[in-house]
Write a protein that binds this ligand. Structure first.
Ligand SMILES: Cc1ncc(C[n+]2csc(CCOP(=O)(O)OP(=O)(O)O)c2C)c(N)n1
Length: 327
């Protein structure tokens, strides 16, 4: 199989600044959630993706509204990038009536079809055959939209992963499988669950390309995604992009992650995707102190407003349980 060609791309300074804004917003959203959990204010399990933001920004940036994403528990940022307002997302985490599911679920299983977001099921890997099914619809209807499905390296050991990728490969479907390889599936390190180094290699068994990249480099993720999108839209089938990264917090906010060392965490923190990108933008004169301040002010006020909105929104009533039902 010929190796995937590097895709050329050009982003205007405003687009690069926009990427910077999204990285900061998604980081701030998760950081605030982490605090709110400790204050007992959030009624959901919280699985932050702090440290992994470059994957969401690099894959979602510039997607069409009609393209579908299939996010997982750690991908709240993808909801924001696909168009869910931060205040609505925050209300969702507070299980308020103003949230996506109006307080009906544990926050992580909602979808928004008009924004191209397919809600996930709890079973790991189960979103991948679904993503292939969505992509099959696009193919059958001859629409050049694409599906992006996220999963962890842990999920790549589950049967559904293999069935989903096999089906997508056989039918050459317009789907991009994005592995967020953050080195641990809950407490299980990758070397205890996989006998190979790269999840990307698994794609070859299903007849399409897989590429392993630095998932903390937003431009590398963007570049790989643009190539995969072009192939998918052009009828050339699926791609697997494995993004090597690390989650800074535990599996969820109740997990203190004693199974890993401080040294390991410090090493990955030194590869924080945000300062790396900041340095790049400063070197290119896209960013200066004033612009950083401006972005940070906007981010803080957006998050403050979202929390305020969520806290002041009404709780669902018992009667609400019998509305919006399908028979
Ligand atoms: C089939 C299945 N097995 C176990 C679980 C429980 N579980 C939920 S998340 C998780 C770890 C997932 O690890 P990974 O797929 O690497 O994604 P990450 O959480 O690291 O982003 C586990 C074991 C589940 N939801 N589904």
């Amino acid at each position: 199989m010929p190796p995937i060609k590097r895709t050329k791309f050009k982003l205007a300074p405003e687009q690069l600044l926009d990427m910077f804004y999204w990285l900061k917003l998604i980081r701030a959203f998760d950081e605030r959630l982490s605090i709110l959990v400790k204050q007992g204010k959030v009624r959901s399990g919280v699985y932050t993706g702090i440290g992994q933001e470059a994957i969401i920004v690099g894959t979602c940036f510039g997607l069409r509204k009609e393209d579908y994403i299939c996010p997982l528990h750690r991908d709240l940022g993808s909801f924001l990038m696909k168009g869910v307002e931060p205040r609505v997302m925050m209300a969702q985490m507070f299980a308020k009536t103003t949230g996506l599911s109006k307080g009906r679920d544990s926050a992580l299983h909602s979808g928004v079809s008009e924004l191209g977001i397919f809600g996930n099921t709890s079973m790991l890997g189960a979103n991948l055959p679904v993503a292939a099914g969505l992509a099959l619809t696009f193919k059958m209807e001859k629409i050049d939209n694409v599906v992006i499905a996220y999963f962890g390296e842990g999920a790549s050991n589950v049967g559904d992963f293999h069935e989903g990728l096999n089906f997508a490969g056989v039918h050459q479907l317009p789907v991009i499988f994005v592995c967020e390889n953050n080195q641990y599936a809950y407490s299980v390190p990758i070397e205890k669950s996989m006998a190979i180094d790269d999840v990307a290699d698994r794609a070859h068994g299903y007849g399409f390309d897989g590429v392993a990249i630095n998932g903390n480099d937003v431009l590398a993720v963007y570049q790989a995604t643009q190539g995969a999108l072009a192939r998918a839209r052009g009828g050339e089938g699926p791609t697997l992009i494995e993004c090597k990264t690390y989650r800074w917090h535990g599996h969820s906010e109740h997990d203190k992650a004693f199974y890993r060392s401080d040294e390991e965490l410090a090493m990955w923190k030194s590869r924080d995707p945000i300062p790396t990108f900041t340095t790049y933008l400063r070197t290119r004169n896209v960013l200066d102190d004033d612009k950083v301040k401006d972005v940070e002010t906007r981010v803080t006020s957006t998050i403050d407003e979202a929390v305020e909105f969520a806290m002041n929104s009404p709780d669902p009533t018992p009667e609400d349980a019998t509305t919006d039902l399908y028979a």
